[in-house]
Design a protein around this ligand. Structure first.
Ligand SMILES: [Zn+2]
Length: 137
């Protein structure tokens, strides 16, 4: 039984005990885009559109401010780097085979190249289907 009161325990947990914890944050955005999958034997070989939902995950050591990465920086990255190449586009213009898996991988690599501590991307193509990309361990 701890002799700490709740408020004392709260203060205690803000100290070096945070170090072994791995913190991950997420940021979600949506975009509309069209694509075709020419290899597909079903109706996905015809041009069609999706309302994609994307979750970006970031992980790493907390800064002195106690954050992984500033949500404002992520917001600016999405607005400045991703939305212009994704939203209301025909994805086949920039990718030969824009599957959810490959779009998620492309988003991961762009975020990594931008210097963000990206740890994963989940791209929802429909309300029930998503692709998840993470670095191999
Ligand atoms: Zn599709």
């Amino acid at each position: 039984m701890s002799s700490f009161t709740t408020s004392e325990r709260w203060r205690w947990e803000e100290g070096p005990q945070m170090q072994p914890l791995r913190t991950e944050i997420s940021f979600e955005f949506t975009f509309q885009a069209a694509h075709t999958l020419p290899w597909h034997s079903g109706k996905c070989r015809n041009m069609h559109g999706h309302s994609y939902r994307c979750e970006l995950f970031f992980a790493g050591q907390l800064t002195d401010e106690g954050i992984v990465v500033d949500f404002d920086a992520v917001d600016s990255f999405v607005a400045g780097e991703l939305m212009p190449v994704l939203d209301h586009t025909y994805l086949n213009d920039s990718m030969p085979n824009p599957t959810a898996e490959l779009i998620a991988a492309r988003i991961f690599l762009i975020a990594d190249a931008a210097g963000l501590p990206i740890s994963g991307v989940r791209l929802w193509e429909t309300a029930t289907s998503s692709a998840i990309v993470r670095p191999t361990p």
